[in-house]
Design a protein around this ligand. Structure first.
Ligand code: URA
Length: 491
């Protein structure tokens, strides 16, 4: 009996060298005992069999092994199943005599091999979805933003999955620590290690933003508990900041569905009734009801906008949703158009996008009450789907018609910094249509000397289906708000 001791962490090179030596010496699989203890039992002469060193796929050249086997071995070795080394050697041995073995779907060794690979792929997929980064103080080099994450995979998948994070998070420094090794990216090189890592201590404001975001995108009407738990197994919950919200959200789902149905059923008053009420109020003011009369230019403008019929959107919206905030605000935020909840409440950014917006502001230390918050278009544009009013993007004509109001708001408030959130706001403020990524985060001067800062619209963050991507974008939005806050201190 030969005993082979490997480090046992899914290293193809190490297993390949040992397997190649065993095969060259024609050692039968039943005569080999593979262990992963790393030392006590030595290689029993295995290393004395001369083997050519080479890259991982050179095994196929030396023993004419199908390439598919090398790829399968690479994946299966990441599994934590202790028998994986002997299974692979047995298959390698049999492949020398049966070239078609890999295609035999009924063979017990092949069935087991496929099961290992499937588990590894699934674990890697979960890692890409459930790693949650937390911001830590920047490292020395270059002062880039730095993040750490703690994850508990079932298998040795860190090195295999690390390139995914490198591609996704190229512009920040990060460390993913796990009990099965770690991966680190510093903008230049990706380092991976198989040494079990310590859980990093980090908790930051991103957690709170993430939780808010999750609570907002959670749609009780679409709740399918079994599917949700299959997609997001409980074992991953403990390292996800949003996880402790899930039981409460599930428990309250029924009530929230009933509330949503009640809200959907409430129809806005017919257009002519609204118009009549607005004219009546205007007439009352003109008759001298001074206590209700607007006291400043902004309030006058708002009153005037109540009966705006510059475009057709006023016909179906509940009301004009005008901007609000102090008349001397130094900071103005411009969104796209009111959503369903804003339309009913008559106030900008009070629905789900508003919650994401509010949290990003507070995480950056910006006081919403001291800012002026408005939209490029002042009426809600939607289409009916069943009983639901689904947001529709305003078109160029609608934005151009409504631009008149935004120009008046800018004239009266005279903010020092204007933040355009999304493409519609950018178009309304500049008359230009450009890809957001080209203009995002680069402050430019507007015609009247105000600084324009462009970022994404908060609703965009609510729509990103991919968890990892969403987390990254939430963090970017938050960092845009921090940049705005820094600018504000400078002007
Ligand atoms: N989206 C916007 O652009 N504005 C709002 O007020 C709400 C959602």
């Amino acid at each position: 009996m030969r005993a082979v001791s490997l480090e046992g962490r899914g290293n193809l090179g190490e297993w390949r060298d040992a397997a190649r030596a065993l095969l060259a010496a024609q050692i039968h699989p039943d005569d080999v005992r593979w262990t992963t203890s790393g030392g006590a039992e030595d290689l029993f002469g295995i290393n004395q069999v001369p083997v050519a060193q080479g890259p991982a796929d050179s095994m196929s050249a030396a023993f004419s092994v199908p390439k598919a086997f090398v790829q399968a071995a690479e994946a299966a070795l990441c599994h934590s199943e202790p028998d994986r080394f002997s299974l692979l050697y047995r298959i390698l041995w049999r492949l020398q005599r049966d070239r078609a073995l890999l295609g035999d779907a009924a063979d017990p060794d092949i069935i087991q091999l496929k099961a290992l690979i499937k588990n590894v792929r699934r674990d890697a997929h979960k890692m890409t979805a459930f790693v949650r980064f937390r911001e830590v103080p920047p490292g020395q080099a270059g002062g880039r933003r730095a993040f750490v994450a703690w994850f508990e995979p079932e298998h040795f998948i860190v090195a295999r999955t690390a390139p995914f994070f490198q591609r996704r998070f190229t512009d920040m420094d990060w460390l993913i620590a796990t009990p099965k090794g770690s991966a680190m990216w510093n903008g230049r090189s990706l380092e991976t290690s198989t040494v079990p890592a310590e859980r990093p201590q980090a908790e930051d404001a991103t957690d709170e933003l993430w939780r808010t975001y999750f609570a907002n995108i959670f749609n009780p009407a679409r709740l399918k508990i079994k599917a949700m738990q299959a997609e997001m197994p409980k074992k991953y919950w403990k390292n996800m900041p949003e996880a402790d919200l899930i039981p409460g959200l599930i428990a309250g789902a029924e009530q929230r569905v009933a509330e949503m149905a009640a809200r959907q059923a409430s129809q806005p008053p017919a257009f002519h009734e609204r118009l009549q009420a607005a004219w009546q109020e205007k007439a009352d003011d003109e008759e001298g009801a001074l206590s209700r009369a607007p006291r400043d230019a902004l309030a006058l403008l708002k009153r005037e906008a109540e009966t705006c019929d510059r475009c057709a959107l006023h016909c179906h919206a509940t009301q004009t949703v005008f901007g609000e905030g102090p008349i001397d605000a130094a900071l103005m935020f411009v969104g796209e158009q009111p959503g369903d909840q804003e339309d009913l409440a008559g106030r900008a950014f009070v629905g789900p996008a508003g919650t994401v917006f509010d949290h990003a502001l507070s995480s950056a230390g910006i006081e919403r009450e001291r800012s002026y918050v408005t939209n490029a278009v002042k009426h809600f544009k939607y289409e009916m789907r069943g009983k639901r009013r689904i947001h529709q993007r305003p078109n160029v004509g609608e934005i151009e018609h409504c631009r008149w109001w935004l120009a008046r708001e800018l004239e009266i408030v005279k903010p020092k910094i204007v933040v355009a959130m999304g493409g519609s706001a950018y178009f309304s403020l500049t008359g230009e249509r450009k890809p957001l990524q080209d203009v995002r985060g680069h402050p430019v001067a507007l015609a009247k000397g105000q600084i324009l800062f462009v970022t994404v619209h908060p609703s965009y963050l609510l729509r990103i289906p991919d968890e990892v991507m969403r987390q990254r974008e939430v963090a970017r939005f938050q960092s845009d708000m921090q940049a705005v806050q820094t600018l504000l201190r400078l002007v």
